[in-house]
Design a protein around this ligand. Sequence first.
Ligand SMILES: O=C(O)CCC(=O)C(=O)O
Ligand SMILES: [Fe+2]
Length: 221
Amino acid sequence: MQDNVDSLGGVGGDRLDGLIDGLVQHGYAISPGYFPLSLVRALREEAQHRDRQGEFQLAGIGRRQVHQKDTRVRSDRTCWLRGETLAQCQLLEGLESLRVAVNRSLFMGLFELESHFAIYGPGDYYQRHLDAFNGNNGRLLSVVLYLNEGWQSQWGGRLRLWPEPDAQGVASEVEPRAGTLVAFLSEKIPHEVLAATRERYSIAGWFRCNNTTADWLDPPR
Ligand SMILES: O=C(O)CCC(=O)C(=O)O
Ligand SMILES: [Fe+2]
């Protein structure tokens, strides 16, 4: 299996343009080296530290619904980002630039970001799913940043992407290598996390629209 087969992102100042082109053409974009290794390393160390402190929880499915802990669908564990550390702030700043650029180019109306660290232990997976359907949770654009230095292909753990909701044929597979950022349309691109033989660290985030109205407050997590 090829690694990051259709890598759509560029480097340096072209990163954002490459990402936006990918979203327009395919509904997803894969950008290796999007964030510098020093930042990625700090984020992974933070995740490991928080995990040792017991801050991770078995991931739930669905937002503000009955919080199912259904290991048949996913078996990773997660910890929400709240901008508490310098590394988180630097990441959130980078993602804010992405939000502004995407809104400017694509008029997506991305309003706010919710994001968490995720750890998939050996054998953990997340079955094929969409991050949003019928606007159920306001998620418009999903982003995933991988934190795994020295990742080897044979360890598995790839993210598999399909081109549209009912598609049978896989569009792309991405190895979870440190610094790679994947972005995709939350309602359009089904995806799956394949099991790995090593611990797999990532940060997943979702840009949401503004769902707050006069009679319904809808804050981020
Ligand atoms: O870690 C990944 O590659 C994707 C995670 C994911 O699909 C999710 O958390 O919704
Ligand atoms: Fe997902």
